[in-house]
Design a protein around this ligand. Structure first.
Ligand code: AMP
Length: 223
């Protein structure tokens, strides 16, 4: 099962991916996370990503495709994957189809999380993330423990992402509207898209997406 979680920055793709990953035993392939790892490691590639990420622009397609190629064919993703923040342009979606096709796979489902821009800004600027385990928080709606340590893993590395400030978020949203939204029409032609209100309770959203995944033929990993 190959699933794309689609939606604007801050829609909840990362949060839902982590829950679905645990439930269905599929890896989360997040190009944003992969790029942040390269930046943190201080590689040449990481410095290239930084040029784009720090101003909220999309990283050029070829760099993104090179980055994801080895993960796609890894053993971990042999049963499929949850794509989070990828594809972000129609050429990326086309390239993904070609790569999956070579492995006799295809995108089975595209879930679109819909959240309007004002709610997104509030969500993203209040977002905090644990650099050790990826657990997400929000300063008002789901605050990290008052001792500053991560409630999930105990690390003291709960921080605000550098690109989660208002100016960069507005650029990221513009890039989403101009370059990413057209992907929906691309997948709609194959009737793959299921949309839902991304402002609902987190548990409700997970339950709804899980139903769609199960209807598409994949059972939870524990069953
Ligand atoms: P994310 O963590 O998915 O919100 O991504 C953070 C930033 O990484 C984006 O604003 C882009 O600069 C870059 N990025 C992540 N994934 C992609 C992608 N598939 N295509 C182009 N740029 C990306």
């Amino acid at each position: 099962m190959d699933l794309v979680l689609f939606g604007p920055p801050g829609a909840g793709k990362g949060t839902q991916s982590k829950r679905l990953m645990a439930r269905f035993g599929l890896p989360q392939l997040s190009t944003g996370d992969m790029m942040r790892a390269e930046r943190k490691a201080g590689t040449d590639l990481g410095r290239k990503f930084d040029e784009f990420m720090s101003r909220g622009a999309l990283v050029p397609d070829q760099l993104v495709l090179d980055l994801i190629a080895s993960k796609l064919s890894s053993d971990e993703a042999a049963r499929g994957a949850i794509f989070d923040g990828f594809p972000r342009t129609v050429p990326q979606a086309e390239a993904l189809d070609v790569s999956l096709g070579k492995m006799s796979r295809k995108i089975d489902l595209v879930v679109s999380l819909e959240v309007d821009e004002s709610a997104l800004l509030d969500r993203i600027t209040g977002r905090r993330v644990c650099l050790s385990c990826g657990q997400m928080y929000h300063v008002r709606y789901n605050p990290p423990p008052s001792d500053g340590r991560c409630g999930a893993c105990g690390s003291d590395r709960v921080v605000q992402r550098e690109d989660d400030n208002e100016e960069v978020v507005r650029h990221r949203h513009k890039a989403y509207l101009s370059e990413t939204i057209p992907i929906l029409a691309y997948y709609q032609k194959r009737d793959l898209v299921r949309s839902l209100d991304g402002t609902q309770e987190i548990d409700l959203i997970t339950a709804k997406i899980s139903d769609w995944i199960e209807s598409a033929g994949l059972s939870p990993a524990s069953q």
